[in-house]
Design a protein around this ligand. Structure first.
Ligand code: UD1
Ligand code: MG
Length: 465
């Protein structure tokens, strides 16, 4: 259980906008930041607050967003058919919110937002007993954000959008993050009162600020420390920038938890990856998707791991590629190895250079060290599979299985034409084409062409004319 718990808080996530500037067929909130959709980042953060419920307002391509997120128990979907503004969007939640003290409103396009910041907003809102509290920031460049207008006593009086602001107001460096905590009792009356007479003809959520003051309610502002957290993604330039900032954060987090990361600027570690202590990630590695790495591993340089699972003390050498495969403890992989989906290496397996393994189990202590293809196969324990061995698993139409027992030695350049089985302790001579099952023990080899010697043969020499 997390340390936060707000049972009398309702969260409202605004995600109905189309994100025109993304120029995409995909709704904005489904774009990925470090392998996780923006909507999932924000939902992950607000779920950690453990609020009473979460309402997500969708409109543009709402079906795609719903399909992607699924149906968590405390989440309700709210449709905003026409995107008439942020105030209008929150108003659509009226039917699904009841019996809470406060409503926390966040935007779906701010994936860097941290849970501590939201908790501080809610706590300060409650401590000051405010009706409306807006989270503000002082970014380096306030362009595009709503400016926070304060009176001579320093009290917030309104928020003015960039497009509605005077030249003088645009000089103000404090902006609204678009995130609000509002007392449930007052929220919907305020929302019903807002109009759309502004530069964009929209119902602005920030207009609840002057309306609350007119009604004699209190408005407070909480300034966030790190303005980067509220960076909104509006186009793909922002997307890359936000991804860089999040990558830095994730890498530093793993470093603090005991992972060594060499040349961190060259490494990609996606948001859902997990890494054990004393593991070393070398330069240029890409750790993607749901990859999990145990303790004391060494990865890279330049290895790519996609949805990979590695136990402890695994070495993955340079330029190896592992995708949806599992690697047991103390295994060695690469350099230049490729593990494809459903490859499973047991403890202490060695997979060497230019070896491809697909949908195959390699048993404890077995070695496939050079230039081989192992697909649709099982290999027992303590086998040695020679250089250039190929499981011929495919006849052009169907796939067949190769089953190799324990303690088998397969000589170099052997083709195992599946379906085929090899018994325990068998030895297969180099260069064999195995088309029938191989008995346990003994030596099996396919017939070899006779070896000739021509003692008087002369090597050709280069024509000098
Ligand atoms: C908004 C705020 C601005 C603040 C900024 C912070 C308003 C009017 N402006 O501006 O004060 O500084 O965020 O990033 O609130 N959305 C809907 N339905 C709508 C319109 C928007 O769900 O009808 C959603 C969008 O999907 C988005 C969020 O609301 O997730 C914010 O909308 P956006 O258009 O990005 O507002 P900004 O111009 O960034
Ligand atoms: Mg925005």
């Amino acid at each position: 259980m997390g340390k936060f718990h707000y049972p009398d808080l309702q969260v409202c996530v605004l995600a109905a906008g189309r994100g025109k500037r993304m120029r995409s067929n995909l709704p904005k909130v489904l774009h990925n930041v470090l392998g996780r959709a923006m909507i999932d980042h924000i939902l992950h953060t607000v779920e950690s607050l453990r609020p009473k419920g979460i309402a997500v307002v969708t409109g543009h391509a709402s079906e795609l967003v719903r399909q992607h997120v699924g149906q968590p128990v405390n989440l309700e979907w709210v449709i905003q058919d026409k995107q008439l503004g942020t105030g209008h969007a929150v108003k659509q939640c009226e039917q699904v919110i009841r019996d809470v003290r406060d409503v926390l409103i966040v935007c779906g396009d701010t994936p860097l937002l941290q849970i501590e910041t939201l908790a501080t907003l809610v706590d300060e809102h409650r401590e000051s007993d405010a009706d409306v509290t807006v989270l503000t920031a002082q970014p380096e460049n306030p362009f595009g954000y709503g400016r926070v207008i304060r009176d001579q006593h320093g009290h917030v009086t309104s928020i003015v959008e960039e497009k509605d602001a005077s030249a003088e107001q645009r000089q103000i460096s404090e902006v609204s993050s678009g995130i609000y905590c509002v007392r449930y009792d007052v929220l919907f009356d305020l929302l019903h009162a807002i109009g759309n007479r502004n530069a964009q003809g929209e119902y602005y959520l920030p207009d609840i600020v002057p309306l609350a003051l007119q009604a004699g309610q209190s408005v407070e502002a909480v300034l966030m420390h790190d303005a980067d957290e509220m960076l909104g993604v509006n186009d793909r330039v922002h997307l890359a920038h936000v991804e860089d900032l999040m990558q830095k954060r994730i890498i530093e987090d793993w470093q603090r938890r005991g992972v060594t990361i060499e040349k961190p600027d060259t490494v990609r570690i996606e948001a859902s990856v997990k890494i054990g202590i004393d593991t070393v990630i070398q330069a240029g590695c890409y750790l993607i998707g749901s990859t999990q790495i145990g303790d004391e591993c060494r990865i890279g340089p330049n290895a790519v791991l996609v949805d990979a699972w590695l136990d402890d003390r695994v070495n993955v050498y340079a330029f190896s590629h592992i995708h949806s495969a599992a690697v047991g403890s103390d295994a060695l992989v690469g350099p230049y190895a490729r593990l494809r989906p459903e490859a499973r290496l047991d403890e202490g397996v060695h997979i060497g250079n230019f070896v491809e393994v697909k949908k195959a189990v390699v048993g404890e202590g077995s070695k496939v060290n050079h230039l081989a293809y192992i697909g649709d196969a099982t290999i027992g324990r303590n086998c040695n599979i020679g250089a250039g061995t190929i499981t011929c698993n495919y006849d052009g139409a169907n796939k067949f299985l190769t089953e190799i027992g324990d303690d088998v030695f397969v000589g170099s350049d052997t083709q195992l034409v599946a379906p085929v089985r090899v018994g325990n302790h068998a030895t297969i001579g180099a260069g064999s084409t195995i088309t029938r099952d191989v008995d346990a023990g003994g030596l099996t080899l396919s017939e070899r062409s006779e070896q000739k010697h021509m003692p008087n043969w002369k090597r050709p020499v280069k024509d000098k004319r």
